[in-house]
Design a protein around this ligand. Sequence first.
Ligand code: CUA
Length: 158
Amino acid sequence: MNVPLYEKIWMWASGGIIVAFVATVLVTGIGGALQPPSHVETIDPTKVFTDPRFAHPGVSVDANGATVVAFGMMFGFTPGEIRVPAGKPVIFRMTSADVTHGFLIVGTNANTMLVPGYVSQFTTVFKQPGEYLIVCHEYCGLGHHLMAGKLIVEAAKP
Ligand code: CUA
């Protein structure tokens, strides 16, 4: 079979693009660990305020790092201001008391959905002390654009 040179180039280029796309999915999904949280912890969204896991939202700090317990609700986060130490692991445990909200700390890799009925948990480290904006990035109603909070990352005390 006689395949002209230009046709061969296009065939190899098309094949190469497919390989590149599949490789991108594999590298980011497996290598980069960009996966949705796999553990499924459930909660009754109508009982968030009385559930012992969320009855006292706030930050607890110990020698190993900090744990943030928070929830989203139209149209704000509780607590609205979160203070954590820099350079230590921070565990976020969050849920929603009504509809689906988003939780994005701008300029960091902290980014999750708050889905009613589920507890979202992730751990991250904030290296850079400072003030960060927290926004809801899932459309949740008329006040969605007002739904914001503040993260304050405090430098370790000498
Ligand atoms: Cu909450 Cu958008």
